[in-house]
Design a protein around this ligand. Structure first.
Ligand code: SAH
Ligand code: SF4
Ligand code: F3S
Length: 522
């Protein structure tokens, strides 16, 4: 770490912050109002933005050493996860590490000896929720001073967040980032013994750490195929918080998928911020996302999904592989963000409305029953009503089955945050409402078309509101409710669709009814 990089003094704008120690490896110790803070490394948005030429190192790590393997025996943890599937999956790694240390998952918060908040920085309201929770956790810390309260995930990678915690939330014990999850066992131990706040957030572009344990449950599993993002869409914080695009080696991914198949998982979702950029960073290998999908197609796992793909990198080779179907399901999440080419240019998406429509057309031609879903942002700085109407007309033209829709939220440090924004919030809310109405209509219409069809449903469990009803998903990821027996959970069953709502379908399992089950809904 360079000398300039070690100047943490800018965090502390009050006079009682005192530097009390400095060690060879760059670690600094401060004392602020009686609280000692150890800073191993700090977030730095400027450094996180850099994309250098140095190669990506794959580290095959075993972070839970013998010495740490019983550290958590008899103790409990809780982890609260915000944000996307990437974060959900990181939490599975964190749980895996803690359980290798002997910790057990707490059934109630009071029981927990370690509480971790795995945070998301994508929009301002996501961050507000986390700060609310940090404040709320103060009383738990006061009641149980040995509790280790940690903050990790994407927010930890932001200087402003770490600054705010240091200044306003001294009851936090540990802050670590998205690149050094494997350091968790050591950091928990350090925070426990030192009683200091420990900060270790790497701002380098990121390596790949293999062999980390993962706590997976149920019948569906996530598999990272790549990390980071180099797209730098002008509104988005992810390239800063997740580092540069780097792909796991194909042999490591295939090994993991084969292992999940052996364990009986029914569905996997391949994860990356931009999965179809997979392999572009290999210097010794010509192997793309299409090649990976073609290899995974041959593995005996019933359903394979992926998220998220970027329209710019969605090539013909990938479409041909997906058209082979088999375990590759016919649902594709293809975020469009806007239907207006000028807004797309300001967003830095690197495609036009026409290119996107052409791509959607190609996919539908090759896979006629493909279901497309998307992400849309309304109220980007300067978006006019006409430009928003272009988004509505694109939605009609593509005919999405579902979409995640968001009001634009400025993120510090991103180019869009300094663009002039003259669209009032009321107007943005109104646009979001109109968009959601339209999407709801499309979703209902597409669901109604399914009435009478018999489809394969993977049964996930009891439905949320009625334990007598089972819930499962079609290959296209539509939610289906039906009457059945608990032993069908985790299995594929044939369901005849009998009714359609906007966000779910109702159906019957004929086999179960013939064997004496009841058909109608209570
Ligand atoms: N890598 C994925 C998206 C990850 S973020 C992709 O490129 O598709 C998930 C979604 O959050 C994005 O698709 C976008 O619609 C939304 N989003 C990202 N930054 C945002 C911001 N600053 N304000 C509002 N929505 C945002
Ligand atoms: Fe963000 Fe764009 Fe990267 Fe998606 S592709 S994570 S929206 S920068
Ligand atoms: Fe949020 Fe980070 Fe995911 S910002 S959306 S948790 S990559």
């Amino acid at each position: 770490m360079s000398k300039e990089n070690k100047d943490y003094s800018r965090y502390f704008d009050f006079s009682d912050a005192k530097l009390i120690g400095e060690s060879e490896d760059g670690t600094l110790k401060y004392r602020i109002r009686g609280r000692d803070i150890t800073i191993h490394s700090q977030p730095d948005l400027l450094a996180e933005k850099k994309r250098g030429r140095q190669g990506i190192e794959v580290i095959y790590d075993h972070p839970v050493t013998e010495e740490l393997s019983d550290f958590g025996l008899g103790k409990y943890y809780e982890i609260v996860t915000y944000g996307c599937q990437m974060n959900e999956h990181d939490s599975e790694t964190i749980m895996g590490l803690l359980e290798q240390m002997g910790y057990t998952q707490a059934t109630e918060r009071k029981q927990a000896d370690v509480i971790l908040l795995n945070t998301c920085a994508i929009r301002e309201n996501a961050e507000d929720k986390v700060f609310g929770e940090i404040g709320h956790l103060k009383s738990f810390k006061l009641e149980k001073p040995s509790l280790i309260l940690g903050v990790c995930g994407c927010m930890s990678q932001e200087e402003s967040v770490v600054n705010r915690i240091l200044q306003k939330h001294p009851h936090v014990d540990l802050i670590f980032g998205t690149h050094n999850i494997h350091r968790l066992p050591k950091l928990v131990q350090e925070a426990y013994y030192s009683k200091e706040m420990v900060v270790d957030v790497w701002n380098k572009e990121g390596d790949i750490i293999e062999n980390l344990p993962k706590k997976r449950e149920g019948i569906k599993a996530w598999v990272n195929i790549m990390y980071g993002c180099d797209k730098f869409c002008s509104y988005c914080i992810v390239p800063y918080t997740r580092g540069k695009e780097r792909s796991r080696r194909p042999e490591d991914v295939l090994l993991e998928v084969r292992d999940l198949a052996r364990q009986g998982f029914q569905e996997i979702t391949l994860l990356g911020q931009n999965v179809n950029a997979y392999g572009k960073d290999f210097t010794d290998l010509n192997y793309t996302f299409a090649d990976l999908m073609d290899d995974i197609r041959k593995i005996d796992i019933p359903r394979v999904r992926f998220t998220t793909s970027h329209p710019r990198d969605f090539d013909d080779a990938l479409i041909s592989v997906l058209a082979k179907k088999g375990n590759l399901v016919e649902q594709i999440h293809l975020p469009v963000q806007s239907g207006n080419s000028l807004i797309l240019r300001k967003m830095g998406r690197k495609y036009t409305r026409e290119h996107y429509l052409e791509l959607a057309g190609k996919i539908k031609k090759a896979i006629p029953d493909a279901v497309l879903t998307t992400d849309i942002i309304v109220g980007f700085p300067g978006e006019t009503n006409e430009q928003f109407e272009d988004t509505l007309s694109l939605v009609k033209e593509v005919g999405y089955d579902a979409a995640f829709t968001f009001i634009y939220s400025p993120r510090d440090g991103t180019p869009a945050a300094v663009m002039e924004d003259n669209v009032p919030m009321e107007e943005k809310k109104e646009r979001l409402h109109r968009l959601n109405e339209l999407l709801g209509e499309f979703s209902r219409r597409s669901n109604e078309k399914m009435v009478g069809q018999t489809v394969e449903v993977l049964v996930e469990g009891e439905s949320k509101n009625n334990p007598h009803v089972l819930a499962g998903r079609t290959r296209t990821n539509k939610l289906v409710h039906f009457h059945g027996s608990r032993d069908q959970i985790g299995k594929m069953v044939e369901i005849t669709i009998t009714g359609a709502q906007t966000y779910y379908l109702r159906g019957e399992n004929k086999e179960w009814i013939t064997s004496g089950g009841a058909a109608s809904f209570a």
